[in-house]
Design a protein around this ligand. Structure first.
Ligand code: PEP
Ligand code: MG
Length: 609
């Protein structure tokens, strides 16, 4: 049977790479259990010991990472997890079961997990039930290690690989070891799902919506991933590899040329400056891009800082983290968005209720206004950090004016409280809202006087305007930021904000595309915040386009009656204004030293572009 060699999916993050795949399969619902002959007993016992050691090595690696971030409480929890799985009485219990019941290692570890959970959960009290989960979680990791499944595989191994999974959830994405992942390819997911947002910000190519992907792959199989085109090529021939190398060096030359110009401001030929900021998800983002290329952080998605931990960070821990972000940004503004959990963004240590429609449910500000202490602790930490940098506070999923008034009241109280306690805080902290819910678009006239700035979260606004789940590939075609309804909403927001003299930006993913960026500038947006690896391209586009030309793009787009029409108009504008061949770009670039050494090194490592 011939295998289909090219699979088409949805492009999530650009870039071109080649490498071996590492297939991650979800754990089965039922843990396999089978009888073993006597001469296999020792093999099964050894498997348990090896799995325990594998888990402990991984826990130690993670412990060192969090300890480096001065997060002592999480580091201690990870150390305790290692002690739990090395507990001699638990290991003896598993060994005894293997010997006496003659069952495989997985079944015996599962029996231990069940015993731990049932003995503790039969006792009264929330915290005791919490301990039951704490005691069994590390053993679940041992089970995963034994079965070679699940998310632990997302971080294991030394080789640089292309990760293939059924879905990239935000929880799993935050566990990825960026040094070892060349690209991510998935069977399901949408272009603007939170996992996709993270993949884009990590800078590796990502393609999702690849039908029956896992069924076509074998562990270690070589594939080529074309992030821009949303394609995966299996088992490339020698000719395919030659074509890949040529394409990659062309892209590399272009990326290098763009980056040499990225420190220049995004100033149009007629002297208008657009602020181009970075979207940041993790403190680790800072070694991966040059802060000199940005005008600040336009969106700090703080929930991912919470997700990387084993429990809620304290006020002190958050304060230190935010202070580090300010320090890294060297005085540039930092827009801190308060915790935006709910929907697909869950914290492992915070049990949210199961909801029939999570996207329409308990999300973002709705959670933190109800669980006010979460908001208070985060705001106290942020306000204290404001003494060390230019802080802008931004609130997610705003629907009503009442929410804004309640937030402002809370900030006012906290300010008084902090000053009374002797803390130094900045006098002026701008307060802004995200426009993600259609109601906020239509009530902006009533809201705008209460805020200093607005920032449109198109990832959510598009899903709510078009009633098309951003994570659901079945409505992937309908989820379209170029639909005229979206264009109209975006232009209304800019108009209302400008009329009130307030600054307006877009921080949703669509702003990272350079033609969308020009369209948004033409609508009147004065700042864009994009994943760091799109900054140079966006700035380059802005520097070649006058504001009049950008306004003309908007006028043309506003006449279109369909998403396809809008895209066509943008493509025509790109052909007219922007299409720059790599050869032209390289000519514009200031002379540099040779980079062929780097190129060869990347080729050997299977580096991505
Ligand atoms: C958005 O909705 O566009 C946004 C920036 O927020 P998030 O992607 O984190 O939901
Ligand atoms: Mg959002």
């Amino acid at each position: 049977m011939t295998r289909q060699r090219n699979i088409n999916g949805i492009s999530v993050a650009p870039g071109l790479t080649m490498g071996p795949v590492h297939v991650v399969r979800a754990a089965p619902d039922v843990i396999p259990s089978w009888s073993i002959p006597e001469d296999q007993v020792l093999t099964e016992v050894r498997r348990v010991h090896d799995a325990v050691e594998g888990v402990c090595e991984e826990l130690e690696r993670r412990r060192q990472v969090v300890a480096e971030q001065a997060n002592e409480s999480d580091a201690n929890i990870l150390a305790v997890h290692a002690m739990i799985v090395r507990d001699p009485s638990a290991i003896t219990e598993i060994e005894k079961r293997i010997r006496e019941d003659r069952l495989n290692a997985e079944a015996c570890v599962q029996a231990l997990i069940e015993r731990l959970e049932s003995s503790l959960s039969s006792l009264d009290g929330e915290s005791i039930r919490g301990y039951a989960a704490d005691a069994s979680d590390p053993w679940r990791a041992v089970l995963e290690e034994l079965m070679q499944t699940e998310k632990r595989d997302f971080v294991a191994g030394d080789e640089r690989v292309i990760l293939a999974a059924s879905q990239l959830t935000p929880q799993v994405a935050t566990m990825l070891d960026r040094d070892r992942v060349l690209a991510v390819i998935c069977e399901t997911g949408g272009r603007f799902s939170h996992g996709a947002v993270l993949a884009r910000s990590f800078g590796f190519p990502c393609v999702v919506g690849l039908p029956n992907l896992l069924g076509r792959l074998e562990q270690g199989m070589r594939v080529i991933v074309r992030g821009d085109q949303g394609t995966v090529q299996l088992l490339p021939t020698e000719d395919d590899i030659d074509a890949f190398l040529v394409e990659r060096s062309r892209l590399q030359a272009r990326a290098e040329a763009l980056s040499t110009q990225a420190e220049l401001p995004a100033e149009t030929p007629n002297g208008h400056v657009l602020e181009v900021m970075a979207n940041i998800e993790s403190i680790h983002d800072f070694g991966t891009f040059n802060v000199e290329h940005t005008d600040g952080v336009g969106l700090l998605r703080t929930e991912f800082l919470y997700m990387e931990r084993a429990q809620f960070p304290s006020e002190e821990e958050q304060y230190r983290l935010y202070r580090r972000v300010f320090k890294n940004m060297g005085g540039r503004p930092v827009t801190l968005r308060t915790l935006d959990i709910g929907g697909d963004k869950q914290l492992p240590y915070f049990n949210m209720p199961k909801e029939a429609n999570p996207a329409l449910g308990w999300r973002g500000i709705r959670v933190t206004l109800r669980w006010k202490d979460l908001l208070r602790v985060q705001l106290r930490a942020a306000l204290r950090a404001s003494a060390h940098g230019d802080l802008r506070l931004m609130f997610p999923m705003i629907t009503t004016l009442d929410e804004i008034l309640e937030i402002k009241e809370t900030i006012k109280d906290l300010r008084v409280q902090l000053l009374e306690q002797g803390y130094e805080i900045a006098e002026d902290v701008s307060i802004g809202i995200m426009i993600e819910v259609p109601a906020a678009v239509f009530s902006l006239k009533q809201m705008i006087e209460e805020v200093d700035f607005v920032s449109v979260g198109t990832n959510d606004l598009v899903q709510y305007l078009l009633a098309a789940d951003r994570d659901n590939p079945f409505v992937g075609d309908l989820y379209d930021p170029h639909q005229p309804a979206v264009i109209e909403a975006l232009s209304q927001v800019a108009k209302v904000a400008k009329a009130a003299g307030k600054s307006c930006s877009v921080c949703g993913e669509m702003a990272g595309d350079h033609m969308n960026a020009l369209l948004l500038m033409g609508m009147g947006y004065d700042a864009l915040s994009v994943a760091p690896n799109f900054i140079s391209e966006v700035k380059y586009a802005v520097r070649r386009t006058t504001t009049q030309a950008a306004e003309e793009i908007f006028r043309e787009v506003a006449l279109e009656r369909s998403g396809a029409g809008v895209r066509q108009a943008l493509q025509e504008a790109a052909a007219r204004l922007m299409e720059v061949t790599t050869a032209e770009l390289i000519q514009e670039r200031p002379p540099l030293g040779s980079s062929s050494g780097d190129q060869k090194r990347q080729e050997k490592e299977g580096g991505a572009l």
